[in-house]
Design a protein around this ligand. Structure first.
Ligand code: SF4
Length: 492
């Protein structure tokens, strides 16, 4: 059959009702997927991530074929090579796509002459975010979030926020509870497609991640019925006896298209309306979906393609060995968290921000090396997520363009919010001596190293001023050198 349109579908647009595929026509369109060799072997991708992305795409192909569509699933050295191959096979067929989710892929498709429909895998059109960003003096997420609440009419009553406040962060900072039974994470059955992808990748398919829309919907339902009510209070807690806690664990599915954010939002709002969900949990979750996620995507496009190269703190340290092997550290928090990443390619936002990124920040690790590590190791690490999250939020490499102050913290924060410190060889309260917690030592050393720069930042004044109270600063500087050297060798 002569096809007049080729619809290119990347591996993160796997939803039947959104993007270019929504209006696909069975007779005249051919749907193209390209599994590129570069995607599989170009970098040190986490096997779980590869398995999840490829198996989800192949399941989606099956859905489309069962519906009667003509689908081409090409394996090629690069995405570009695959599309060129397709153009050779169907020279009369015009290339169409949804606007892509990264600068690189968007540019590639533009060079290949694609025609685009808007990217509706988010709740905020890019032009609308841009209009917001251009009105801002600084890009406070809270301001964006409040506009989103009003614009989308979510948790609003007569023009005011439900519950009388825009956020319930104070209620949502509880440490993990003692002797608590977290609901068990059941995982997902595997089918022949999963097995064949796992075999090609040389791994054994485990039950951790869903690779179908049915599985993703099941996980959303599990969150709503079993976790949502307690989500808020414990959203920042880090536990040793549960890897999910009360988190939804649906970010991989929203980011690859198996779920659309509007479906997640509708489910959350409906559950809240039933009266069983406290406002602090409802608001905390809605903030993630309509606030943070949309804000980060908007900022990715607003800040431009060069933003990922920023290094405002001139951080030069090579990626620490502990990031590539959890065996290379004695720090209980880092070892446990990196081990969890090795197992499942996922930990929630607080270990990512306040342990892993915090460590990269206060050790002066090169932002681009850390960014590449985060991109490779996390299951949900789309380019648009990781660039602003790491460069702007995690390691403050943009000189404060996105966040007004760095998220630097010592061991006290980790001790308060987790169960790691009790069984650690280091003491979060000590900043000098061989038992001193590396986070505590390096936190003060980081402020000391950057005090002139931060002196101009009124939000950092109190923290930097705290240095004056340290009678042991010379000793601390010496201990910091030992810690950094030990971390470089993988011995701390
Ligand atoms: Fe981590 Fe320091 Fe606590 Fe050890 S004492 S678990 S290194 S925060």
């Amino acid at each position: 059959m002569n096809h007049t349109r080729t619809l290119y579908i990347p591996f993160d647009h796997l939803h039947r009702d959104y993007g270019i595929i929504r209006d696909a026509k069975k007779g005249s369109d051919v749907i193209l997927f390209v599994e590129s060799e570069r995607m599989r072997t170009g970098r040190n991708w986490h096997p779980e991530r590869l398995f999840f992305l490829i198996s989800s795409a192949r399941h989606f192909v099956k859905v489309l074929q069962d519906e009667g569509f003509t689908v081409e699933y090409l394996k090629a050295p690069t995405t570009k090579a695959g599309i060129l191959e397709m153009q050779k096979r169907h020279p009369q067929s015009a290339l169409h796509a949804t606007r892509q989710s990264s600068f690189r892929l968007q540019t590639t498709l533009e060079e290949l002459g694609a025609q685009f429909v808007e990217n509706d895998f988010f709740l905020t059109p890019r032009a609308l975010f841009e209009e917001w960003a251009l009105r801002q003096k600084n890009y406070l997420m809270e301001n964006f979030y409040r506009e989103q609440r009003k614009r989308l009419d979510v948790l609003m009553e007569n023009g005011k926020p439900v519950g009388g406040a825009w956020n319930f962060d104070k209620e949502n900072r509880l440490p993990p509870p003692k002797e608590y039974r977290w609901p068990e994470y059941k995982g997902f059955d595997r089918d022949a497609i999963d097995e064949s992808v796992a075999k090609e990748l040389g791994i054994t398919a485990n039950r951790t991640w869903a690779t179908t829309r049915a599985g993703a919907l099941q996980q959303l339902k599990t969150f709503i019925t079993k976790h949502f009510a307690q989500f808020g209070p414990y959203e920042d807690a880090m536990a040793l006896d549960s890897w999910t806690l009360h988190h939804s664990v649906i970010s991989p599915y929203i980011n690859n298209g198996l779920l659309h954010p509007s479906e997640v939002l509708d489910a959350a709002v409906k559950a809240f309306a039933s009266g069983k969900i406290p406002i602090e949990s409802a608001e905390g979750f809605v903030r993630q979906v309509i606030g943070w996620r949309e804000y980060i995507n908007g900022m990715y496009w607003h800040l431009g393609a060069d933003y990922r190269e920023k290094n405002g703190l001139h951080a030069k340290r090579a990626l620490l060995p502990l990031f590539t092997s959890s065996e290379k550290t004695e720090m209980n928090c880092v070892r446990s968290i990196v081990h969890d990443v090795e197992e499942r390619a996922w930990v929630h936002h607080i270990p990512r921000l306040m342990v892993l990124s915090n460590l990269a920040l206060i050790t002066g690790t090169n932002p681009q090396q850390f960014l590449e590590w985060m991109r490779e190791r996390f299951i949900d690490a789309s380019e648009w997520v990781m660039v602003p999250n790491v460069i702007g939020m995690g390691v403050h490499a943009d000189g404060g363009q996105m966040m007004t102050k760095p998220y630097a913290a010592g061991g006290a924060y980790i001790s308060r919010m987790s169960q790691y410190c009790k069984s650690c060889i280091y003491d979060p309260k000590l900043r000098v001596g061989e038992n001193a917690c590396p986070f505590t030592t390096l936190y003060w050393d980081f402020l000391d190293r950057n005090k002139e720069l931060f002196a101009k930042n009124h939000r950092m004044f109190q923290q930097v001023n705290g240095l004056k109270r340290l009678s042991d600063l010379p000793e601390l500087r010496e201990r910091a050198k030992e810690v950094l050297s030990g971390l470089d060798k993988g011995e701390i």
